[in-house]
Design a protein around this ligand. Sequence first.
Ligand code: ZN
Length: 387
Amino acid sequence: MLRLSLLLACCFLLLTGCGHDAEPVGNSDIEYVSPVDYEITLAGNFGEPRPWHFHGGIDVKTGNVEGKQIFSIADGYVSRLTVNMYGFGNAIYVAHPDGHTSVYCHLQRFAPQYEALLQRTGHDTLSMILPSTQFPVKAGDLIAISGNTGHSTGPHLHLEIHDTETWVMRDPLIFLGHLIADTVAPQAHSFMAVPMQGEGVFNGSPDKQTFGFGQPDTKVQRSTFSVQREFTAWGRVGFALWADDYAQGVYHHYGIRHMQLLVDGREVFRSDVDSIPISCQPEVNQWGDYNHWRKNRIWYMKAYREPHMRLPILHADIHRGIVNFNEERPYHLTFVLRDYQNNQATYHFTVQGLRNKSVRLKPNGTLLDDYQLFDQCLWPYVTFRSF
Ligand SMILES: [Zn+2]
């Protein structure tokens, strides 16, 4: 019994993230200010799903033009300058005393004292690391001019914040959220039911199916929506959601910071996109339904965890968030969506458990009966041993 407990304890330790770089987000104790001298609006937020990666920062709008002044968001020192035709384009890095580094990308040019360091010869790729004593900056110091360099589809400031030591990406709203007005709740467009192969059916079918939530509420701070139609299910079924976040006065839409799935009031899955280790970037294709995205350019984000996933922002129950419909009764499902500013939308629907001959129910069983979990436990161990 002791050995079993030890094994399980090890499993849970190993399951907690992609490598050593996934510690919780700490609150900063230094003051953060705006990188621009006008009201911040966003064209993109942190963690938006994209093929093979999450969007690593926020896109601050620059009025569709280049040439806006860009300021350091906190005290610190300029730690790096990079010049590239691709990727970040011209980018400046500022290291802050609280252990974070801010990165300002797609710049037209740097402030003159940094520009003077570079011997540009045209289409260069340059990277210059600077010592902590050379260029100290204060919050609000001019460091660059905004632009459209590198991989950018229009003028804007792409701003990232990393843990300086581990390079884990943090949601910049943790530091700058107080500067951004947003009183509009996220909205879900539709959900997907995903019966596990050979182990479940939804509405009598083993195939995955999508169901719309109807015309969404106009942009409000809090909304509650109930689906009138009743669904049926038997066996193990996962759920996924297509949803976007919004803000007032902007036509852009954003990724969902916080998603939760409750079954009969009990949480089975929660995601909180506050911090992403670089090594977990490709797991966006497993959390999201990548095949569906390829065909339809729409991301359904799963409210369950695929086996082997280590993305530390997903929190599932012992069944990985997959619901086991094994009683002939109504199951009440609720999706709760929240943004950084705590604007909230809630979606309810009812699924009737209805026996189906094609599904052989798996017993709910003990922890070790769940081969998926066991598999997850062994995998990081084997990986660790082989390096
Ligand atoms: Zn961006």
